[in-house]
Write a protein that binds this ligand. Structure first.
Ligand code: DX5
Ligand code: ZN
Length: 217
């Protein structure tokens, strides 16, 4: 299981995005948080900005949609140049249809779960999914504290992925830092989003390597 580090540009300087992307060129993915002020009480960036980020980023885009009506909007983010598009389970009517549509557009399809949403309904759908995102904070803001109770959900998800043999990536997002990443990795996550931990560091690239090392022990 290769560890992947995905810095979230939510904690970057939004007026200097191209420069901020250059500071994380050693990352595996760049995590782009799209919020609509309805699904979550915060508003970030939309399609035109994602399109431009995709054009200049040295790292593939991992788009995390925290928006209502994902069935309608997610394919447009695939067309905008994302490598993966993750929609929320709570914001889709037809997760399998949407995942298939995303795959047909040539991107990896992910489903995200708020902390209170059970993963069990999705375990039979793993062959349809390239990634499951277990949120380890309530979505909406960077800099929140990791919810320890999510470790059990991560373990159950990892066990199901191993049993299914699908190779589905297991992503975690929220409160990931040098003090939490090792036990999250031990619970079975393999893709780690980190916003404030990376962009709050003096040297984001060095912080990425430190997180990678801590997740690999
Ligand atoms: C929160 C976003 C996260 C956020 C994580 O809703 O989905 O991606 O940027 O920030 P940190 O790593 O600071 O918890
Ligand atoms: Zn996110």
């Amino acid at each position: 299981m290769a560890v992947k580090i995905a810095p979230s540009i939510l904690s970057a300087d939004f007026v200097n995005l191209e420069r901020e992307l250059g500071r994380i060129a050693n990352a595996d993915l760049v995590h782009v948080d799209v919020m609509d002020n309805h699904f979550v009480p915060n508003l970030t960036l939309g399609l035109p900005v994602v399109e431009r980020i995709a054009q200049v980023s040295p790292v593939p885009l991992d788009v995390h949609l925290m928006i209502d009506d994902a069935d309608r909007w997610a394919p447009a983010f695939a067309r905008a140049g994302a490598a993966s598009v993750t929609f929320h389970a709570e914001a889709t009517q037809a997760p399998v249809r949407l995942a298939r549509e995303l795959r047909e557009l040539g991107v990896r399809a992910g489903v995200a779960l708020r902390p209170a949403s059970p993963v069990e309904p999705f375990l039979d759908l793993l062959p349809e999914l390239d990634m499951v995102l277990v949120m380890t904070v309530e979505p909406g803001f960077g800099g929140q504290a990791f919810i320890e109770g999510m470790l059990a959900k991560i373990r159950r998800t990892r066990d199901a992925i191993t049993a299914a043999g699908t190779g589905t990536w297991l992503q975690v997002d929220g409160g990931i830092s040098q003090s939490t990443i090792a036990r999250v990795a031990q619970a079975g996550a393999d893709v780690f989003v980190a916003g404030s931990a990376v962009y709050g560091a003096d040297d984001p690239a060095a912080q990425i390597e430190a997180l990678r090392a801590a997740a690999s022990t």
